[in-house]
Design a protein around this ligand. Structure first.
Ligand SMILES: [Zn+2]
Ligand SMILES: [Zn+2]
Length: 332
């Protein structure tokens, strides 16, 4: 079967072509086959190596003071800077690279894994991500804060110590801008947030739902761009990742961890990435924008067609991916 599918929440079209069929490549198993130590003397994120850090932005105190549980630090090699030089006038369109690039160190333990760390540790980590999103969106000139994470060497993680990142910048990146414009138009035309409508349809059919709780739904989207892509979406309308309260964050973190364990079970510990699509400042509190986390294992590098078309061929069936993920036992 080949199908062109449109994602109701963004307007993006995807080619679903499972006959090209292959599962993602087996994962980077080094992290599993060679267990890491709890402390690495050469790791800048491990406790005691603070001199390697460019600074400390925020800390969550540990259960046993004086330690820390989660630490936020500036990225040592930032994509954007707080005090960039203005670009030279060359006749091209350019702006100073103003923004923030921070690292959320999710645990003092070098070998902690977000799929299996304690619920308290996980809650502290996702809370730090929410709090930094709030704080950075309040900075002057900042329009968007993007939380993301790379896991495993094949996903581009350069340091093994568990960490997420956040980049805040002074414009709305094209993908979020398109999603904002699309969902605004959808609300105008249909009177509903497209993601709220999509969740209702998906939960009714259940075909692509991986699991659901009172607060969140994990699903393989109808127009998934990548094999085994999973979204975690708040069931009630929320525009921004700055909105969930402590209870919601705890439920979100647990669903994320179970989804990671499902991927570990289904794909034998793949590398993965996630990104949080959250409302830019212009859409905070908006009735059309609905945040979600997108989790993508083993994201393929784009080939020529994707480069040209900015449209993806997904060589797998979203329905079969959901079946496989549902079948993995994740209770610990
Ligand atoms: Zn470390
Ligand atoms: Zn909604």
């Amino acid at each position: 079967m080949s199908e062109l599918r449109q994602d109701r929440t963004s307007g993006r079209w995807v080619i679903i072509a499972p006959q090209r069929g292959r599962r993602p490549h087996p994962g980077d198993r080094r992290t599993r086959s060679a267990p890491r130590p709890a402390f690495d003397p050469d790791c800048p994120f491990c406790p005691g190596n603070e001199t390697e850090l460019p600074g400390i932005v925020a800390e969550t105190p540990g259960e046993d003071a004086p330690g820390w549980r989660v630490r936020v630090v500036p990225n040592k090699f930032p994509a954007l800077q707080q005090h960039p030089s203005p670009p030279p006038d060359t006749g091209h369109t350019a702006r100073a690279g103003y923004g923030f690039h921070e690292v959320i160190i999710e645990s003092p333990r070098h070998n902690a894994d977000p799929a299996t760390m304690s619920a308290g540790q996980r809650l502290a980590a996702v809370t730090a991500c929410r709090d930094r999103s709030r704080a950075l969106l309040e900075q002057p000139g900042i329009e968007t804060a993007v939380v993301f994470r790379n896991h495993g060497a094949r996903a581009g993680a350069s340091l093994a110590h568990p960490h997420a990142q956040i980049i805040a910048l002074g414009l709305v990146p094209p993908r979020l801008a398109a999603m904002s414009a699309w969902s605004r138009g959808y609300l105008h035309e249909h009177g509903r947030c497209p993601t709220c409508e999509e969740l209702e349809i998906e939960c009714r059919s259940g075909t692509r739902v991986v699991e659901q709780s009172d607060g969140f739904v994990a699903l393989v989207p109808f127009a998934a761009e990548h094999p085994f892509e999973v979204w975690i979406v708040p069931r009630d309308h929320q525009a921004s990742f700055t909105e969930p309260d402590a209870g919601e964050l705890a439920a979100f973190g647990e669903m994320l961890a179970r989804s990671l364990r499902r991927l570990d079970g289904a794909l034998d510990h793949p590398s993965w990435k996630f990104v949080v699509d959250s409302a830019p400042k212009q859409d905070l509190g908006a009735p059309h924008f609905h945040w979600r986390l997108r989790l993508v294992p083993e994201a393929a590098t784009w080939g020529g067609f994707e480069l040209g078309a900015a449209m993806v061929i997904n060589p797998s069936s979203p329905e079969q991916a959901a079946d496989t993920l549902r079948a993995v036992r994740v209770d610990q």
